[in-house]
Ligand binder design. Sequence first.
Ligand code: NBG
Length: 839
Amino acid sequence: MSDNRSSLLEASQGPADTESFDSDAVRRAIFDKLFFVRASYPRLATNTDYYMALVHCVRDMVLRRWVSTAAAYTETQVRTVAYLSAEYLMGPHLGNNLLNLGIYDEVRNVIDDMGLDFDALLAEESEPGLGNGGLGRLAACFVDSLATLEIPALAYGIRYEFGIFEQHIVDGWQVERTDKWLRFGNPWEIARPEWAVDIKLGGWTEHYTDELGRRRVRWVPERLVQGVPHDTPILGYRRNTANTLRLWRADAPKSFDFSVFNRGDYYGAVAQKVASENLSKVLYPNDEQEQGKELRLQQQYFFVSCSLQDMLRILETQGIPVDRFHEKFAVQLNDTHPAIGVAELMRLLVDKFFMTWEDAWEITRKTFAYTNHTLLPEALEQWPVDLFRRVLPRHLEIIFEINKRFLDELRVRYIADDSKVNEMSLINESGERYVRMAHLACVGSHAINGVAELHTRLLREQVIPGFAQLWPERLSSKTNGVTPRRWIALANPRLAELMTEALGDGWLRDLDQLRGLEAFAEDAAFRDRWRAVKQANKHDMMTRMRRHSAGLVDPLSVFDVLVKRIHEYKRQHLSILFVIAQYLRMKNGLADDLPPRTVIYGGKAAPGYHFAKLIIKLINSVGEVVNNDPQTRDRLRVVFMPNFNVTIGQQLYPAADLSEQISLAGKEASGTGNMKFQMNGALTIGTMDGANIEIREEVGAQNFFDFGLTSAAVQRRREEGYRPRDFYENDAELAAVIHLIESGLFAHGDASLFKPFVDQLLDYDPYFLLADFRSYCDTQRHVGETYQDTERWVRMSILNSARSGKFSSDRTIAEYCREIWDVQPLSVDLFVDHESLMQ
Ligand code: NBG
């Protein structure tokens, strides 16, 4: 064996964990990869080359676990979770894999010793932004926890060629640029063309009687598309388990008819191929809003059908009969995007496997479970019946049949109550007819869940009351969580080290152990160290921000952070109203002796959401005035961090003193950023919305700054008739803030720019900013006073982290496993050598 082979094998098999880490072998392996993968050598190598070389070494180590896991699952035929999600916001893989392998510091040292900049290599990775926001990031945290808890799982989705757009800020406005995350190739994935599947689209159906006299349906499609799986390993933390993230790329069909070429229609044939590839071309950049675009329905059907066909292939490989589908797979629908799966599984079982409708329906219902992620009515997916028929003619028939049977059940149950039938029908018949995807998901699932307690209650009472009444036992709450591996250990190594020093490292897999920090909150020396960590993180952030914003930010100021998608219901504009109020106070010499503040915003607006884009412009415009005013700039700063994503989140959460979670109560299903801040020791100013309520419950009211109307109060106000102008007329400070915006001060004298903004607030204000303004400002001032008392603040900060155990996604996933999926962990043995698998 050549030297090269042996060092590669050593590196891929040797450093199974920290104890056996062999620095020399890893260094040699990196040089080998530089040579054999990048065709380069040290004098020529760029950071990209070194990054790729390192990734290939790490990949080898992960692959060994991946193949061992696949072997364990195949041999044991174990029950498996199939998570269906149109979005995964994974964040960069390299650091996370090093952490999970337990060799992060060791590899950093090797790279340092080579005279390279480890952080610069990590920064080479462009993150796969295959999601919009909370929903996609939740899916990423879930796959991390599934692997760490050693749960057999397959995560299915779409391999978008272009993920969420890159946000640039030009003259204060958001400008979108395409995200070319695949530009340099993706070393983490392995394509599996041998498992490609064909997908039908469009066309018509034919009903006929087969040779045995049975009624059958044939779907004659207008076109075919091929789905090619691209697999990425998802390693558990210090585990041998490496699950699979299987993303489908659309391509021309296997049976692509090249005869068109011969007929001379070369362009026609190529156009067909391009049309196929379009299906996985780009992620729709809207969170919480449905656009009803045909291509989007095609995307959803594409990945769901690919995934279900893939599961059928796995059944066949393992010799499991189709009628045990629901025993092999627990399929989770992440929101309604994959809800078409209910009709697709019915189609496969009835039309392809010739099952009776009743048998197929039983299997389908036992297979699926559905998570709802939103209370916003405009985000509940509905497809016009005509469009649906055009894309999925057979599925429309199946949905009509499901509906007919379902409505008949309702008619028997609720005699003489037609309202029930209209309310719960899968078809909205109130005007143009629509297919209601949430209802399809509810009817086709054995379990339905919300993502926080309040959200689930509002679902029960307001969104799907009929279903909740009909099947109360099916609806439950599974409060969201986030992975402490990425969001503490990787993002905040200083804090992680302090935690581990105090408690040992068990907290990484059992976050409740952070409770042990409570005792340290009373230890002055520990508090000093805790504070020093936060200061160091803020200092790092300051250095980074200097690149994005004019001037210097004071790391001793309160870092007040509001990062999430820009949306009216999330009320970034409420926060900016307070900033303007503070500015006015300072200008009028009324300023209290509150500590200096740096208010940091980040988040993307959907490209077609004009009001959200205007909010970004307002933030930047206020920043321009405040940051350049010598009278205020040392005490108040406004920074908008462009292109907020997972990578930037990892830098920001650890540097925050204050976490802003200020949605209108009753609108934010859960929130997950709120949890990341809490774990990293930020205090929260928040409304009684989503998981904020549960965070406050955990940390105690005295360690949480709550404000604003409750969801019940909002509802009451709405019923009474809300008049925002009353608040404006009765609050001089609020009126002054509004006037200042109206004056054109923030628009270089142009009074028209923010007029739509002011008009909306005064006469409509659908998100009750004016109603909550007073309470918010007063609470913000209370935050400032509290911050002055450093010892108290630090104590509160420690208690916040200490009591964040509930919000680990490990807890969430354990609940899904127990109460919805009925799956057990399977620990994986590492195979010793390849030969053992070859027999
Ligand atoms: C979002 C909610 C958040 C929630 C995440 C994850 C969508 C459609 N919904 O409040 O707005 O935390 O889902 O559950 O993105």
